[in-house]
Ligand binder design. Structure first.
Ligand SMILES: [Zn+2]
Length: 113
């Protein structure tokens, strides 16, 4: 089970990306090192979704963009009850949804307790 959220650092120019791309967005290089994105990020923006695919239990679903300390941004479900742009969050490995009775896990972002 994956517990740390990993980014991909270009071996040539050092740009960190998430998720992984075939080629570096900075220099087109194709070789990367996995690096931890860290445990802290903050919320950039979010929206609430009311029309959801089957298998998602949270309704409405809060979908947001977070930024880590190294400036890498990621999109994901926000678990905080009362999300505010700028609030501190951290990635947690949790169930995202159920598809054909299979549970799908990934990273969500929860407020720091
Ligand atoms: Zn690069």
């Amino acid at each position: 089970m994956q517990e740390k959220m990993m980014g991909f650092m270009c071996k040539k120019c050092g740009k960190v990306m998430y998720p992984k791309h075939e080629r570096c967005l900075g220099c087109k290089n194709t070789e990367f090192d996995e690096v931890s994105l860290g445990d802290e990020c903050h919320l950039i923006t979010f929206t609430k979704l009311y029309a959801l695919p089957r298998g998602i239990e949270m309704s409405p679903l809060t979908l947001g963009i977070v930024e880590f300390n190294n400036k890498v941004r990621a999109m994901g479900q926000i678990m905080a009850d009362d999300p505010e742009p700028g609030m501190d969050l951290h990635p947690v490995w949790a169930k995202l949804r159920t598809i054909d009775e299979k549970e799908v896990y990934g990273f969500k972002f929860d407020s720091i307790v």
